[in-house]
Design a protein around this ligand. Structure first.
Ligand code: LER
Ligand code: MN
Length: 282
């Protein structure tokens, strides 16, 4: 198991100048840092890789899907932009040595609506076509693509592992697998264990947090079962603490964080890591 922390916990967007953040993650005991590519160009993967190598921490890549990053859009220009953005993230992953690009790459996040079956099917066709293109690009470069199902309030496209498996099947497999996030699973899946088992060897990334996005372990989750399921599928990949700082307005609004969910983000990171190591390494 590799333990990681998302850039969203401390900063938005992550920048070249955030050396102190990488150092803090290392000092807290994390093996890797999951850098969200919010604004392309806000960090240079070459610069960050050099800094991270000196510090001794890995940098993995997570995508961020705003309005113009929608591979299923009716607008061909927006689809083009989404594909170009994902290819940039794949290039970043190659530079930093990230095994994957993860995130809800099938649609703009924060858009959830009731569509007619015909509208949904037309959208799915566009998503499949766009992601096939991205998948071929990733496969040639040895980068996996970890699709993150989101809860119903953030998307109507992929909410569960079953939805994700159906999408992956339509794309034709390739480098596609999953990023499973405890927060979304707790809303959408009937069972953490079944969801993790269904993802199986297609699980490439895992987001850990409390049920309220607070400190892992300070919640009502059955972590013993989660640990058992990860062990059963032989998961050795990253377990990344993801929460969002209520201190940054834009991110607090997009994550619907109306009040702090931990005494501090440092508390959330260090206590969360202690808890995860304790429960996952039993
Ligand atoms: C947002 O809810 C989330 O879980 C992020 O990982 C999306 O990139
Ligand atoms: Mn997540």
């Amino acid at each position: 198991m590799e333990y990681g922390i998302s850039s969203y916990v401390w900063v938005s967007p992550f920048r070249n100048s955030d050396e102190a953040i990488l150092q803090k993650a290392k000092d807290f005991g994390f093996d890797m840092f999951e850098a969200a590519v919010e604004t392309v160009g806000s960090f240079d993967p070459h610069v960050v890789k050099d800094i991270a190598d000196k510090i001794g921490i890995k940098v993995y890549i997570c995508g961020c899907f705003g309005a113009t990053r929608d591979p299923g859009s009716e607008n061909p220009e927006i689809r083009k932009e989404a594909i170009a953005y994902l290819k940039t993230c794949i290039d970043y992953a190659v530079v930093t040595g990230s095994p994957y690009v993860s995130g809800p790459m099938y649609a703009t996040s924060g858009v959830a609506m009731l569509r007619t079956p015909d509208e949904k099917e037309a959208m799915m066709k566009r998503i499949v076509e766009s992601l096939k293109d991205v998948g071929e690009y990733a496969e040639k470069r040895g980068v996996k693509l970890a699709i993150e199902p989101l809860n119903r309030y953030e998307t109507d496209v992929v909410n569960t592992v079953d939805d994700g498996l159906a999408l992956i099947e339509r794309i034709g497999g390739g480098p596609f697998g999953f990023l499973l996030d405890m927060f979304h699973m707790s809303i959408e899946e009937k069972s953490f264990v079944k969801a993790i088992e269904k993802a199986g060897d297609r699980l490439y990334d895992f987001h850990a947090c409390a049920n309220d996005r607070g400190t892992p372990g300070e919640d009502h989750f059955d972590w013993v079962s989660v640990a058992g399921a990860l062990k059963k599928i032989g998961y050795k990949g990253p377990v990344v603490i993801e929460s969002f700082t209520s201190g940054i307005k834009e991110i607090a609004k997009s994550a619907s964080l109306w009040h702090p969910v931990a005494p501090s983000m440092d508390y959330l990171a260090s206590n969360g890591l202690k808890f995860l190591k304790g429960i996952l390494e039993k």
